[in-house]
Design a protein around this ligand. Structure first.
Ligand SMILES: [Zn+2]
Length: 306
């Protein structure tokens, strides 16, 4: 079967050339002198956008940050059509310096993605920058010896001056799976979900575990269903805070659902016809799937329409 198109998935388009082999000590200063340089800026975990007609851009001029008295880490993400792009971490309070300025907009990244406020290829840059800056903000001390760590490798490493250990940004793999049995698929909801929204099961992959085994373990733990064949479909950076969603289709071997009520509020088998109504937002009970930016939507749609 041909791989279905994953276009439209949030955070997956990123046109940056990363120049990862050039990340020496002077790289940030070198590129910051370039007049075409741009930066995304994240205050705490809130991106600052510049209004651009009816939409917005996350790519600010470096001079846009002149009003901010104190900036924290500034990492070099790469170049976009030759122009350097940075990610700058600001204190959470810095967002207030932009809220009264009609040229700017401050909003959480999930809302930016769902509302399509910036071009799709900027969402990938925002995902990269947000995950990287989150890591900097929470790794100021060495997990090995407790000493302070410092910015290195243009923002893609932190070094401990006391014990010399180098620390690298983390990405947390999450298995997300649509479990199917013939013409039915298993969807569930957590209490914190948007009302009437049903989605795929998902869970963090643990050390020493394959993607396939994580799919089988999580499905059994959360729904009591045994899974056989697992097939990878697509992946998606999910910067809340630094996950990589690994999307799979999984075939159920059993049918009786035993929900983990600590994790899930409800879960059941849905027919293909019912899922199509949910995707089209025409379900008689008003049940819906997650929005198109989410990989769960893609996994559900590719099965329902495949
Ligand atoms: Zn150390």
């Amino acid at each position: 079967m041909a791989q279905p198109s994953a276009r439209g998935l949030g955070f997956t388009e990123n046109r940056l050339v990363r120049h990862s082999a050039e990340r020496d000590a002077g790289l940030v200063e070198r590129y910051a002198r370039d007049e075409s340089a741009r930066t995304i800026a994240i205050a705490g975990d809130i991106p600052i956008l510049r209004r651009n007609g009816g939409s917005a851009t996350s790519l600010l001029r470096l001079s846009d940050l002149a009003r901010v008295p104190e900036r924290r880490e500034q990492a070099f993400l790469g170049t976009l059509s030759g122009a350097p792009v940075f990610a700058t971490l600001l204190d959470a309070g810095a967002a207030e310096l932009f809220t009264d300025d009609a040229d700017f907009l401050t909003l959480d990244l999930r809302s930016i993605a769902v509302q399509g406020l910036v071009p799709p290829d900027e969402l990938g840059i925002l995902a990269e920058g947000k995950a990287l800056l989150f890591w900097h903000a929470r790794h100021r001390f060495c997990p090995n010896c407790g000493g302070p760590t410092r910015f290195a490798c243009a923002g893609f490493r932190r070094d401990c001056a006391a014990c010399g250990v180098q620390h690298f940004p983390r990405t947390d793999p999450v298995a997300i799976m649509l479990v199917t049995r013939g013409e039915f698929c298993l969807l569930a909801r957590q209490a914190r979900f948007v009302a009437k929204s049903y989605s795929c099961l998902a869970g963090f992959i643990e050390p020493g575990e394959t993607i396939e085994d994580a799919v089988r373990r999580e499905t059994f733990e959360e729904a009591g269903i045994a899974v056989g064949e697992v097939r990878y479909l697509a992946s998606q950076p999910w910067p809340f805070p630094s996950s990589l969603m690994i999307g799979c289709h999984a075939q159920a071997l059993t049918e009786a659902i035993l929900l983990d009520r600590d994790e899930l509020e409800d879960g059941r088998w849905f027919s293909k016809a019912e899922v199509r109504l949910m995707l089209a937002r025409e379900h008689p009970e008003g049940l819906i799937t997650p929005p198109p930016i989410a990989i769960a939507h893609f996994l559900i749609r590719s099965w329902a329409e495949g």
